[in-house]
Design a protein around this ligand. Structure first.
Ligand code: HEC
Length: 97
């Protein structure tokens, strides 16, 4: 019984961590990071993104964003910085025609 409760606590923690939404501050920071580190290749509106971008699965987008942040942008992003960047990219993309 004790273990059962521990398992419940553990998994609700895991679920909460995944559901954690980014704050407006984190979003703003992602915007600044994008302008400083990504626009030189992708342009202000992320134009250089491929056509598939909008249809990309979140997981795939996540992997690419993470690679881009570690790779060309030479950042060492935290989990929430990666999440915020993804949200920012999605918002950029939804502004397009
Ligand atoms: C040195 C130039 C460069 C920089 C800086 C750079 N990128 Fe990229 N990025 C690329 C290139 C080139 C591709 C296409 C790669 C491919 O298709 O394999 C790409 C692809 C992507 C894609 C996939 C889009 C698609 O449709 O294929 C995403 C998302 C992305 N970059 C996000 C970012 C973010 C976020 C940053 C800043 C943290 C960033 N990139 C910085 C060059 C760059």
């Amino acid at each position: 019984m004790k273990y059962f409760i521990l398992i419940i606590i553990f998994y609700s923690g895991v679920i909460l961590a995944q559901e954690k939404k980014i704050t407006p501050e984190e979003f703003k920071k992602a915007e600044l990071t994008f302008e400083r580190k990504c626009t030189r290749c992708h342009g202000k509106e992320g134009r250089a993104f491929g056509k598939n971008f909008a249809k990309m699965e979140k997981k795939e987008l996540r992997n690419l964003t993470e690679d881009m942040m570690y790779g060309p942008a030479r950042l060492k992003p935290t989990e929430s910085e990666i999440k915020a960047m993804i949200e920012y990219l999605i918002s950029l993309n939804s502004n397009k025609d």
